[in-house]
Design a binder for this molecule. Sequence first.
Ligand code: ADP
Ligand code: MG
Length: 271
Amino acid sequence: ADTITAPRQTRIIAVANQKGGVGKTTTTVNVAAALAQEGMNVVVIDADPQGNATTAMHIDHAPGTAGTYEVLISRAGIADVVQKCPSVDNLYVVPATIDLSGADIELIDVPQREFQLRRAIDKFTMTYTKVDYIFIDCPPSLGLLTLNAFIAAKEVLIPIQAEYYALEGVSMLRTTIGKITRAMNRELVILGIVLTMMDNRTNLAREVSEEVRRAFPSDAFETTIPRTVRLSEAPSYGETIMTFDPTSIGAVSYRALAHEIAHKEVTGHGA
Ligand code: ADP
Ligand code: MG
């Protein structure tokens, strides 16, 4: 197989879709783990108060665990709170706890509160120049946490669940990203769209796949992620699919997606 080489600069990728349950977290942790296993230094920032990415990487998400919340309210830097994922080398996570759900209220009188994460990442990457990828796992909304992610990121990866109404909400997401690109972050581009939970035996899956490729001809990744129970089981063991079942179809698919992402470097106008 082809090899993955480190990007010249840290790639900062927000994984976003305002719909819940479309595979954002599953995609984030498994692509991150696949890249780490190929020797990349990877940091996942959990920006969802549910802390699903945190638990999937076997890190405690009990209230009070320092992480993204402390970073957003400027109580800590990323380097102070980042933790190593125990099962995969080169893989790190900035944990999220339910505390994060209070961040928008906490930041209400902070000027430019949507730039908090960007400032923290800039500071972190200035010191830790060997970080190859930062993934930000977004919550299912377009609120302050996702806005912070879109301003901190250079690329957006959009998972879409292969189902009826799959494209519902995607045009709104694109409009939002377009507004942010024009107003606050000229570097931001859409990295791509990945179809998740595909049931390849059904006509529906084929139809949705064709519909997505018609609507977003240049954005849809070649790789699609099948629906498989192993992918949904891994998080309850605090593992990514890369160590839970490395030869499973889920692992093979996410590894293929990681390779596509590594080879697809898109840059925005400001870059
Ligand atoms: P989101 O972060 O967008 O809310 P998740 O990644 O948490 O979505 O996925 C939602 C649920 O679907 C989780 O229970 C997850 O384990 C499961 N899931 C995600 N991808 C797959 C897949 N390809 N096959 C089977 N189950 C999946
Ligand atoms: Mg999630």
